[in-house]
Design a protein around this ligand. Structure first.
Ligand code: GLA
Length: 732
């Protein structure tokens, strides 16, 4: 074993320095561990990339006391990553390093460190996947044993990271339905901070499994050292940050073990979900850029393929789907330059037609009363108009009023001896995804649709209910506490089958709005619905928070009606457009109700969005002024990786006469380059003073541009909203 270490050490500095030090690196970051054979695996360092000399000296001087994966049982009064009960009842673990392996993968280096209990045939393999083209290290553990009987896993975090105390601040997201992705920033104080989810099905309405730690005091967008962490899991999670009497904040992330104690059989492998770690010394926005790049290149389905501009039927007609309305909506979106039409809820059900949310989930047959020419008729109509066609489904669910439920009442999650607790519409139930037959049924919902209609281009996959009934007919009585985990294994296996067969299909993860914005689902989904709340003003706050971890290409953002259907706020179309254009642009409105002038504005916006789409969807984000700072404006920009193009957004958040709004400095430009400024979606009678003018990147980043607080429009068109979108193109 020693020889192997030495050999690798000689050939590959980047992975090994000595038999003890394990260096795991990305282009700009390093994780340093100490892993002596027969000794304990210790954490030494995580942060900016270490030089050879530093690694060498640290190997001699930094005597870490911190286990890289703390286990419970022997002298550990603190929190543990892993706690088990062996088959003989022993509650302790003591893990020693057995061996270290390094595997070169496509664009990544996988370091695995095998640990074994000193006494029991109990193993943990720690896995560290370091990307070589982006600053991200994914960490997870693989737990197995060869004990006679099952070992009970009481706690099973994916990873642990100590963060050195100082003035460390935590940024994370909280919210609720229609108010997802709200940013909260707080200093870490003694005690335990827990961020968790227990929904069972969706996991990002009320909290998020991603966090950032600002290491240099109050968080700044474009300066300071920041560690970002994202747990890549679609189910219940728990993030713990324990600030105890030591010099560290102890961060643990993993599956939420509440009501999920797991009984691990002999030779079974329990793989925890990845915790993705990143680090940037360019502030919160720098950390976001790392997440976004990693998402596009490695995590998000079709992450580098530009998304289409669509019209979704939901807020336009709700359940009132019929052929005439669908054809009219398709005509309208095509005439405005849109590329895709998505028929939302309400198109299905035979015995029980889907007229409200009380029936039909599970009966995925077209309602011929509403759509006599079927889906094929709609697809033909879409093609005649030169656009693509997409469709809504909610495959994990049923209504008790459905043919599916009548046929398979045993397919739904239900606690034995208990009445069903029902969800949306008073009749919704969740299917038992632990059951392979149900998994097969769900796979075939998509497969049948696609087999019959290979030209379906887009699927909106919804999930509108939590697990409210803890009970599975499929799992045996010893396995009932596996339900939450088994559900998500089932979900993932269905998604894998679908993706294997339909890699190019665009699939949106919707879950009653933003319930599925997480990196557990995104490998199988191209985008997610940020929120059922389409109010442009509130969206600024929600999309701001969401952009901490997720790229614009994945954030579906739609222009909707005024007054808004959720907040009843009346916001002018220009502002609604300017907000929607900062994400994956779409429309969710009845175009029939729009004036010709409004349609023209949208037509122009869609054409301009097509121009800037690569910068927005594939570019680098720089958040400039936060809406949460309450300065009266919010502003952000995207720059192309080559820094030859940029799009700048500015939204006024409140309106007072003679209010002093800040002048917003830009970021992310090349200081020596020169850029021509062009306003998009212009409604003013006169162009801005700097329209078509050229500025250096240095000037724009030091001073920004003075933006008028109001629009220059006819008096009868004046209102209290104001927003600007500027396109910057490098001329030299
Ligand atoms: C959920 C989604 C909405 C819409 C409805 C349809 O609430 O979030 O966008 O699709 O379901 O019932």
């Amino acid at each position: 074993m020693r020889n192997l270490f030495l050999l690798i050490c000689l050939c590959c500095f980047s992975c090994y320095l000595s038999a003890r030090s394990i260096l795991i690196s990305t282009p700009k970051t390093s994780l340093l561990l100490s892993a002596p054979v027969d000794g304990e695996l210790k954490f030494v360092y995580y942060g900016a990339k270490l030089s050879e000399v530093d690694v060498h000296t640290m190997g001699e001087t930094e005597k870490s006391k911190l286990l890289a994966y703390p286990v419970y049982g022997l002298n550990c009064p603190s929190e543990a990553a892993l706690a088990v009960k062996h088959s003989d009842g022993n509650m302790t673990l003591q893990l020693k390093v057995v061996k270290v392996d390094v595997l070169q993968q496509n664009k990544a280096e996988l370091t695995t460190i095998l640990l074994k209990d000193k006494v029991y045939p109990f193993y943990v393999k720690m896995c560290y996947k370091a990307y070589q083209d982006v600053d991200m290290i994914e960490i997870w553990s693989e737990i197995s044993h060869q004990e006679k009987n099952a070992v009970v896993l009481n706690q099973f975090a994916s990873a642990y990271l100590p963060v050195r105390r100082g003035n460390v601040w935590l940024s994370h997201l909280y919210g609720a339905w229609a108010n997802e992705g709200r940013l909260v920033q707080e200093p870490l104080e003694p005690g335990m901070k827990v961020i968790k989810n227990k929904d069972g099905v969706r996991n990002s309405h009320t909290a998020h499994a991603e966090v950032m730690f600002s290491l240099d005091g109050q968080p700044q967008e474009n300066a300071g050292r920041v560690i970002g962490a994202a747990l890549c899991y679609s189910g219940n999670y728990k993030l713990r940050i324990d600030t105890d009497e030591s010099d560290y904040h102890h961060f643990y992330a993993g599956i939420n073990e509440d009501n999920s104690i797991y009984s691990l059989k002999k030779n079974e492998l329990f793989r925890t979900p990845e915790l993705a770690l990143t680090y940037s010394d360019e502030g919160l926005s720098g950390t976001s850029r790392n997440f976004h790049r990693w998402a596009r290149l490695h995590k998000l389905a079709n992450g580098t393929k530009l998304r289409k501009i669509l019209l979704n039927s939901w807020e336009g007609v709700y359940f009132g789907i019929n052929e005439e309305r669908m054809n009219q909506m398709m005509t309208d979106i095509a005439s405005m330059g849109g590329e895709l039409f998505v028929m939302d809820d309400g198109w299905f059900g035979d015995k029980y037609p889907r007229r409200t949310d009380k029936t039909s989930l599970g009966d995925w047959v077209v309602d011929k009363r509403k759509l006599p020419s079927g889906i094929e008729g709609l697809i033909d109509a879409a093609h005649q108009r030169g656009i693509k066609f997409g469709i809504w489904i909610e495959p994990e669910m049923a209504n008790t009023r459905s043919e599916l439920y009548e046929k398979h009442p045993d397919w739904v999650l239900k606690a034995p001896e208990r009445e069903l607790v029902l969800g949306r519409g008073g009749t919704q139930v969740v299917l038992d995804l632990t059951n392979p037959e149900v998994q097969d049924f769900i796979f075939h919902i998509v497969d049948n649709l696609m087999a019959k209609h290979p030209d379906i281009n887009y699927i909106k996959w919804d999930a509108n209910m939590s697990i409210m009934n803890h009970g599975s007919n499929y799992l045996n009585k010893e396995e009932q506490s596996d339900l939450y985990i088994a559900y998500h294994r089932g979900f993932e296996s269905i998604c894998q089958r679908i993706r294997l067969k339909y890699p190019d299909l665009t699939i949106q993860a919707c879950a009653q709005g933003g319930g599925r914005a997480n990196y557990g689902v995104l490998p199988y989904f191209d985008e997610f619905w940020v929120s059922d709340n389409t109010d442009a003003l509130q969206r600024i706050y929600m999309q701001w928070g969401t952009s901490y971890f997720f790229p614009a290409i994945a954030m579906a953002s739609h222009i909707s009606a005024a007054p808004n259907h959720q907040t009843f706020r009346t916001i002018p179309l220009k502002y609604r457009i300017d907000v929607a254009m900062s994400g994956r642009l779409g429309m969710e409105i009845q175009p029939k109700d729009m004036t010709d002038e409004e349609k023209e504005l949208c037509r122009k916006a869609i054409a301009e969005y097509k121009e800037i789409r690569p910068v927005v969807q594939l570019g680098d984000i720089y958040r400039l002024v936060s809406p949460y700072d309450k300065l009266g404006v919010a502003s952000l920009m995207y720059t192309s990786p080559e820094k030859d193009k940029a799009v700048f957004y500015w939204w006024k958040l409140e309106h007072f006469y003679n209010q002093h709004l800040p002048r917003v400095k830009m970021a992310g430009l090349a200081p020596n380059a020169e850029y021509r400024i062009c306003e998009l979606n212009r409604i003013d009678k006169q162009p801005l003073d700097f329209e078509g003018k050229i500025f250096s990147g240095a000037y724009l980043m030091a001073n920004g541009l003075e933006l008028p607080a109001n629009h220059l429009v006819d008096r009868n068109k004046k209102n209290d909203y104001s927003s600007r979108v500027l396109y910057l193109e490098k001329v030299k």
